[in-house]
Write a protein of this length. Structure first.
Length: 255
């Protein structure tokens, strides 16, 4: 009898595993590269457009209908990153609660940032091919921040990322394009190091960000009150330079 129960349990387990490997949630085929799923987490493209048309008809009219102009967000089922808490802190682990945040086109790439909803794992950048949408690799960031804002300075070949320091103060961090091209978590098994970091004054949290003509526009989103936007100027090297008096933070030109 015990042998029969074990056999049934094994068959059930194999069956569930096979089903999970072939059909995920609403029927998308499961795909994985280096511990990160690369398939759509819930809907096929045609199902996505059907729901978009039903619930957001005005937006639907503005969105390109060609599948070649859409991108699948990877890693929503699982992604390899680094454990940020507990006795296993600092070790490679698989996160299953990543929430996508920022998006930026960087040369031949599309970059998508994401953070662990439980803050149990380090935040990541997913790197996709801009032309094909294919997943290329993951870069793990040395932070558990929301990383909601991404902005690329094409003149200085530098990506800016909204982050927070250990005391949850607002800051921005950067990665040079050369680092983005070189770094690959599947090979390094460690978080990348930021090229620069700046604490920001007069903005509670950096929720979103964009770059234009030597300036960073950094905004704060508030569900219960009005948000606001700040304007930071960059010097000839593409770096912040307006430091606040008697402080290690940098002030915006305008709020």
């Amino acid at each position: 009898m015990k042998k029969f129960v074990v056999m049934v349990s094994l068959l059930l387990g194999v069956g569930l595993l096979g089903f999970y490997g072939l059909e995920l949630f609403n029927g998308t085929s499961y795909k994985e590269e280096n511990g990160t799923n690369t398939n759509a987490a819930s809907n096929q493209v045609d199902e996505f457009y059907q729901e978009l048309k039903e619930y957001y008809p005005d937006l639907y009219e503005k969105v390109p209908s060609e599948e070649s102009q859409t991108y699948i967000v990877p890693g929503l089922v699982q992604t390899n990153t680094i454990q940020a808490k507990g006795e296993d802190k600092g070790t490679v682990d698989q996160a299953e609660d990543m929430t996508p945040q920022g998006l930026s086109f960087v040369e031949d790439y599309l970059l998508i940032s994401a953070y662990s909803n439980s803050y149990s794992h380090d935040s990541v950048l997913w790197i996709l091919d801009r032309e094909t949408g294919d997943y290329i690799k993951t870069i793990v960031l040395p932070t558990t921040s929301h990383v909601g804002g991404l902005a690329y300075d094409s003149q200085h070949k530098r990506l800016w990322i909204t982050t927070t320091d250990e005391d949850k103060n607002s800051q921005i961090s950067s990665l040079e394009l050369s680092i983005i091209k070189k770094e690959d978590f599947s090979q390094s098994k460690k978080a990348v190091s930021f090229s620069q970091q700046y604490k920001l004054a007069k903005i509670e949290k950096a929720s979103f960000m964009t770059y234009l003509d030597g300036h960073l526009f950094i905004g704060y989103f508030d569900k219960n009150d009005k948000g606001y936007m700040t304007l930071f100027s960059l010097d000839e090297n593409g770096l912040l330079y307006q430091k606040s008096p008697n402080s290690d933070s940098y002030s915006p030109m305008k709020v």
